[in-house]
Design a protein around this ligand. Structure first.
Ligand SMILES: [Zn+2]
Ligand SMILES: [Zn+2]
Length: 437
């Protein structure tokens, strides 16, 4: 087994508690991503939810988890699932998730492993750990009840991406709701989350202090922009996250007034096939099937060359950090009729962020000037500030723990809005222990 080097001993306290709820973020308390949180009550029922890593350079790990019998994984993004192979190989932990999350997990781990090899950062787990973890899933349908020692729990729809779940827990004393990454708005792919009455709410706050534009208007702005480029005989390069965003984009493009020639490249193809195997996780499976069928799947070098004449290329990576998107950009950049439409959050230090701010980015190691028009669209599937506040209000929770959030830019605004409603707001730091009575 590969040793987990960043911390060999857990920061989680070992002594039992005699009342209330104890929680401890191993990661993701005061940051977006890198999630892992342990909750425990006086019955010594204990649960770890999510255990991911941030795919930064080098990758960022949560603190080492304590030995836990059960872990619930809210969804398959790598910042929530990326450290599961280490967990499972260390403690033989039972893993719980929805069917789509379990089915797609191995692909996510393999991709993470591949990238770590390319970038030369060793991971805390190996491919054997990933294969063993794949066999350790306990699959749960939404809304079906389960027992964990003195608690009962079930998964609820979270919006966000297919398979994403909120965790709804009844302890002897409290009703606890953990949102995971969530959105109350429908996207093309998934139905939005509905609030559930709770005493204690753990809520992600990625978009604290920020609101999204109206989704329908943003889709129209996107479609008209695509059509303008195509009318002018250009190609639109759309770097998109493989999981969720690329499928949303394919479905939006179906509504164009033009008969668009769309090419689809990258890991999203495999992910879409798996989504179609789990139609119960999708809002409109036939719309996804149609959009996927109408795209030309790029699977060889010659396909890739042909795609350069397409109207639209939808491909990874979503932040222009590598993948086919860079190959396309390196060729499309010589013709100013071509454009780049970014469709997701561009993290600090990524090629996409550099392109937006400085009109240049690294292409195969060389910082390259890009003179193409670049536009950014907001198709986020995280709840915006107003949705977050409304959701918390609708759950009627007395205590709200804000996590998966920037402690400087996002959390203070959210904390203020919730406090004004009379809610006890908790703003945890990583590796610290907190109690709610
Ligand atoms: Zn996340
Ligand atoms: Zn996510």
């Amino acid at each position: 087994m590969v040793m987990y080097n960043p911390t060999r001993t857990t920061t989680y306290p070992s002594e039992p508690i005699d009342k209330g709820l104890r929680y401890h973020f191993l990661g993701g308390g005061e940051e977006v991503g890198n999630i892992g949180c342990v909750i425990e009550d006086h019955t010594q029922t204990k649960l770890l939810f999510d255990y991911g890593l941030s795919p930064t350079k080098p990758p960022k790990y949560p603190a080492a988890a304590p030995k836990v019998s059960d872990t619930i994984i809210t969804h398959a993004h790598i910042d929530h699932i990326g450290m599961v192979p280490w967990l499972n190989s260390s403690f033989n932990t039972r893993l719980h998730a929805t069917s789509f999350t379990s089915k797609i997990s191995k692909l996510m781990w393999d991709d993470c492993y591949k990238i770590s090899k390319i970038e030369g950062y060793p991971l805390a787990w190996d491919k054997i750990n990933a294969s063993e973890s794949e066999a350790a899933w306990n699959v749960h349908e939404y809304n079906s009840m389960n027992e964990l020692d003195q608690w009962s729990w079930c998964l609820r729809r979270a919006g966000h991406i297919p398979g994403a779940a909120m965790i709804d827990i009844q302890t002897p004393e409290n009703k606890i709701l953990i949102t995971g990454d969530f959105d109350t708005r429908n996207s093309r792919l998934v139905e939005g989350a509905k609030p559930i009455k709770s005493d204690i709410l753990f809520m992600e706050g990625t978009y604290g202090g920020k609101n999204h534009p109206n989704r329908q208007e943003e889709e129209q702005r996107f479609l008209r922009s695509v059509e303008k480029v195509v009318e002018n005989n250009g190609t639109v390069l759309i770097p998109s996250f493989a999981m969720g965003r690329s499928q949303d984009i394919l479905m939006i493009l179906q509504d164009s007034d033009f008969d668009l020639n769309i090419h689809y490249d990258g890991m999203g193809k495999k992910i879409t096939k798996t989504m179609l195997e789990c139609p119960e996780m999708i809002l409109n499976p036939s719309a996804l099937k149609l959009a996927f069928g109408n795209s030309k799947k790029v699977s060889s070098k010659s396909d890739r060359k042909k795609a350069l004449d397409a109207d639209v290329i939808v491909t990874t990576s979503g932040m222009l950090e590598g993948g086919p998107a860079i190959w396309y950009l390196n060729r499309l950049r010589i013709d100013k009729r071509n454009t780049i439409f970014l469709t997701g959050y561009q993290a600090e230090g990524t090629g996409g962020r550099m392109l937006l701010e400085k009109s240049r980015l690294p292409i195969y190691g060389n910082i390259t000037q890009i003179d193409l028009e670049t536009k950014k669209f907001d198709f986020s599937t995280h709840a915006g500030h107003d949705e977050l506040v409304q959701f918390a209000k609708d759950t009627e929770a007395k205590d709200v723990v804000l996590y998966h959030t920037d402690p400087n830019t996002a959390r203070p605004a959210l904390s203020k809005s919730l406090s004004e409603l009379g809610i006890n707001v908790h703003s945890p730091m990583n590796r610290e222990t907190y109690f709610i009575d």
